[in-house]
Design a protein around this ligand. Structure first.
Ligand code: URA
Length: 187
């Protein structure tokens, strides 16, 4: 199956109750065979309206981080979320919602086959790296999982709330740049 075919299938998903509130399902965006994949939490209001991940204020900050290391959703990364439909009032996605939606994410992983996965924020880091993941303690660390490198970093929305962490987040993205070079990944 191609990524486009998977997206078509996914758009009709009714596996959890989040489908009831969606304007658009937010499947993901970017290079279809990207070596670098980013996983956020879930769509917010703007993402739900536009059907694309990270298009609001935190998305603008994320794009700045990416741009600073020559990465871009238009060129060489793929961006998705733990859940594809907006949780009401932007609450955290429930474990059972994540459990349903991760099935789609696994299919995306199988098709895209990224070499590096960046967990943007606590929700995806705790589901994909370690259930006790602490962003403030473990951000910027690469962990090899069956040949794919995973790293967790600050969510841009958290940085907008607490700009003190901006430098730390920036240093994480520089580590991504270093890792790309170290692995000889052509971007
Ligand atoms: N926050 C996320 O985690 N994902 C989005 O797509 C937008 C905001």
């Amino acid at each position: 199956m191609t990524l486009d075919e998977l997206e078509m299938k996914c758009k009709g998903c009714t596996n959890c109750e989040l489908c009831q509130g969606r304007t658009n399902l937010v499947f993901g965006i970017g290079k279809k065979d990207a070596d670098i994949m980013l996983i956020g939490e879930g769509p917010g209001e703007n993402e739900d309206l536009q059907g694309e991940p990270f298009v609001g204020r935190s998305g603008q900050l994320l794009d700045k981080f990416l741009d600073s290391i020559d990465l871009s959703r238009n060129k060489n990364v793929y961006i998705a979320n733990m859940v594809k439909c907006r949780p009401p009032k932007n609450r955290d996605p429930k474990p059972e919602e994540q459990e349903q939606c991760i099935k789609w994410l696994r299919e995306q992983f199988k098709i895209i086959r990224p070499k590096i996965v960046i967990c943007v924020g606590r929700i995806s880091a705790q589901r994909l790296i370690d259930k006790d993941f602490r962003v403030t303690k473990q951000h910027g660390e690469f962990i090899d999982k069956n040949g794919t490198l995973f790293m967790g970093t600050f969510h841009p929305a958290a940085i907008l709330r607490n700009p003190n962490n901006k430098e730390l987040a920036f240093s994480d993205w520089l580590k991504v740049r270093d890792k790309i070079n170290e692995l000889g990944i052509q971007i």
